[in-house]
Design a protein around this ligand. Structure first.
Ligand SMILES: [Zn+2]
Length: 330
């Protein structure tokens, strides 16, 4: 492995990496605050995530396949652990685009006894997970570090304790069944492997058809950002309806074309308190690093003005502020 620095994801990039992938798991995943731990609300539960880039172990280590993250105590992190809660312990290896997860219960005991802790895996495991979706490294004490593609992060967060009991064969069986369940129409399903159950929880919000009609009427079916009609517009929620503060009030809605709806929901653009359309430069830098920034110059040129406000039922500034915060925008 060569030394790579330029594309290493920083704290902000890792926040967007988590937001993007948690949103693939459930509509009910919202960023709350902070980093290491990052606080999320996922399926109505508060979740703390600690994540660092996976790197090569120190020079005094002989195994070149060995990789690790090093975890130190920080005030916010120590508070979470001291309160008896768990923080999920994740590594990210950008060469393979995979997460590695260490058992948070075992970690809690180790960090309580020491100031810093190294958590190990193997580069070959990262590569195997990139190929097969999931893989694991089991250390000499029998503790597993599970490496998986980002799309499995929700499955892991809900089922970590059972997943750490599985060997690689069991984990492969689990994601195969999970992929099948994800394509079903049920909000919640259980998978059984061995004698243990795994939850797959992906609630889908029931939509109010009136919201769509009202928003289209207020905005004359015109995108508030680019002005396009052409039957390409959608009724977007400012605060997602699945969030506890999300509502179908017209002031929580805005008419957007399909492109701007997606860009808004993903936090690539946002609206400020004066109704200016802004590019989220932090997200752009993150997309550059993960090499998904194609077309960005063309996209930026489309945005330099205020949204077109309707005569009545303007978007609520209070809702806009909350919406920005849960999409990771400070
Ligand atoms: Zn538009």
């Amino acid at each position: 492995m060569s030394v790579r620095d330029t594309n290493i994801l920083n704290h902000t990039d890792l926040k967007y990496l988590l937001i993007d992938n948690l949103n693939l798991y459930t509509e009910e995943a919202f960023y709350v605050q902070g980093n290491n731990p990052y606080t999320f609300n996922i399926n109505k539960k508060t979740v703390y995530i600690y994540i660092k880039n996976v790197h090569q172990s120190g020079q005094n280590r002989t195994n070149t396949d060995e990789c690790r993250i090093q975890v130190g105590k920080t005030p916010g992190f120590t508070d979470v652990l001291a309160s008896g809660k768990i923080a999920y312990m994740l590594g990210y290896f950008d060469d393979c685009n995979v997460f590695t997860a260490w058992n948070p219960l075992l970690f809690r005991d180790r960090i309580n006894a020491k100031r810093t802790v190294s958590l190990y895996s193997r580069f070959s495991v990262q590569e195997r997970a990139n190929e097969n979706g999931i893989a694991c490294y089991i250390d000499s004490n029998g503790c597993s570090a599970i490496t998986f593609k980002p799309e499995y992060i929700g499955l892991y967060l809900e089922n970590y304790s059972n997943m750490h009991l599985l060997d690689e064969q069991g984990l492969l069986e689990l994601i195969q069944k999970y992929d099948e369940v994800k394509n079903s129409n049920n909000d919640k399903e259980d998978i059984e492997i061995g004698n243990l159950e795994y939850i797959v929880n992906h609630p889908r919000t029931k939509r109010d058809p009136n919201f769509k009609k009202i928003i289209h009427k207020i905005y004359c079916s015109r995108c508030a950002i680019c002005g396009i009609q052409l039957e390409l517009t959608e009724a977007a929620h400012i605060i997602p309806y699945s969030h506890e503060k999300g509502t179908d009030e017209p002031s929580n809605g805005i008419c957007l074309c399909a492109l701007h709806h997606t860009a808004y929901d993903r936090g690539l653009i946002y609206i400020d308190e004066d109704y200016n359309v802004k590019m989220n430069n932090e997200k752009i830098r993150y997309l550059e690093k993960i090499k998904l920034d194609g077309g960005i110059m063309k996209f930026i040129q489309m945005h330099d003005s205020k949204i077109d406000l309707p005569v009545s039922n303007k978007p609520s500034v209070e809702f806009i502020k909350i919406a920005n915060s849960i999409r990771g925008i400070n």
